[in-house]
Design a protein around this ligand. Structure first.
Ligand code: KQY
Length: 368
């Protein structure tokens, strides 16, 4: 299908909320050795669990390299509703390199293909080349046979935004105003892109995302909409945690905000797990609760907000933490009509993200 000129908004498209019906979820298969330890085998086990959890609710398409096609096909062969295709990428972050889908009210679907620079390009980006990732959105749009809107010169990752489908978007200034994304654009010019390509009217700017999030504070690891007029925010009461001030700053903004429909926001909170750290490869390389001063002492940006809403379900990460039960209860209370499925999130966290980051929902336009 064609590359469109003009903007989705001008053509009657908008980005629906994640809770609107989906046709499928798109994912990519882990392989890259500098992202995934031990030949990516633990990551593949973790991704398999995510695929299986989502496939209970809706079809899943998983893209792999040529080298991994047979392995992934074999590992996923017993899960009904899963399609494995050869779709090369630089890594697995479908939320960020994949398309953002938009729909119109005539039953049409289109794809927004943002410029992608691996979370910062040559100024703090997370891998040195990203040209294969940069083609993923276009390939997905082509596979689906939908029109594509490109944004040459405007960098954005899908994980840096959340919408309510009713004209409101939340994001973080830490990411969208970072000098390594769109340094030549003002905040107002960035807002114009969001309004034109997603058809939103109100943009809520949280100051920061989670501490030490290598995406420069993606909102999808920190705060999301759970219903029109309702958001869910990560929370800690530990004043020594670097997230303490970040959570409070976000709450202050959210409490002072109105959405596009003029509603004040109801803010729910969800605890963060106890601090998690990457353990040295020589000691197993997994995640653990004690920082390794001689290895990789850096705190991982673990968050239960990094979940995916699917048709009839929620797929959320767990971290073998006492807060897992509290977080699951929170999502069960907020989504009483959906079944909450928790899958192990530690290995995906080690790669730099979680379930929301490795998935991209394809909405089902009404009338389609
Ligand atoms: O959306 C994300 N969380 C992407 C993280 C990329 C990490 C690369 N190691």
């Amino acid at each position: 299908m064609s590359l469109k000129t003009g903007t989705p908004r001008a053509d009657g498209y908008h980005m629906p909320a994640e809770w609107a019906p989906h046709t499928r979820t798109w994912m990519l298969w882990p392989e890259r050795p500098d992202s995934w330890r031990a030949g990516a085998e633990p990551a593949q086990t973790a991704f398999r669990a995510v695929v299986a959890a989502i496939a209970r609710f809706e079809p899943v398409t998983v893209g792999t390299s040529q080298a991994q096609f047979l392995n992934a096909s074999e590992q996923l062969s017993d899960i009904p509703g899963v399609t494995v295709i050869e779709l090369s990428s630089d890594d697995v972050w479908m939320r960020d390199c994949g398309p953002t889908f938009v729909i119109d009210d005539k039953g049409s679907l289109a794809a927004v293909d943002w410029d992608f620079n691996a979370w910062g390009g040559h100024d703090g980006g997370l891998y040195p080349t990203w040209d294969i990732d940069s083609q993923v959105a276009r390939k997905v749009a082509q596979l689906e046979g939908v029109a594509r809107y490109a944004t040459p010169g405007f960098v954005l990752e899908g994980g840096s935004i959340h919408v309510d489908g009713e004209g409101t978007l939340i994001t973080t200034a830490e990411c969208l105003l970072h000098r390594n994304r769109n340094p030549r654009l003002s905040q107002g010019e960035i807002e114009t892109y969001l309004r034109d390509y997603l058809a939103v009217d109100t943009i809520i700017w949280l100051p920061e995302g989670m501490f030490n999030d290598e995406t420069d504070g993606h909102v999808d690891n920190f705060c999301c909409f759970v219903a029109p007029g309702e958001v869910l925010l990560c929370w800690t009461d530990d004043a020594k945690d670097p997230n303490y001030s970040r959570c409070r700053a976000a709450l202050e903004v959210l409490e002072a905000s109105h959405d596009a429909k003029g509603r004040t926001l109801r803010v729910h909170t969800i605890p963060i797990p106890a601090p998690l750290y990457a353990i040295l490869e020589s000691e197993g390389g997994a995640v653990g609760q004690v920082p390794d001063e001689h290895g990789r002492p850096e705190r991982l940006a673990a968050s239960y907000v990094n979940f995916l809403i699917v048709n009839g379900g929620i797929v959320m990460p767990g971290f073998d933490d006492p807060m897992d039960a509290v977080a699951r209860d929170t999502l069960e209370r907020l989504f009483p009509e959906r079944e909450v499925v928790m899958v192990p999130g530690g290995e995906i966290l080690l790669g730099g993200g979680n379930i929301h980051c490795i998935t991209q929902q394809q909405p089902r336009p009404s009338g389609a």
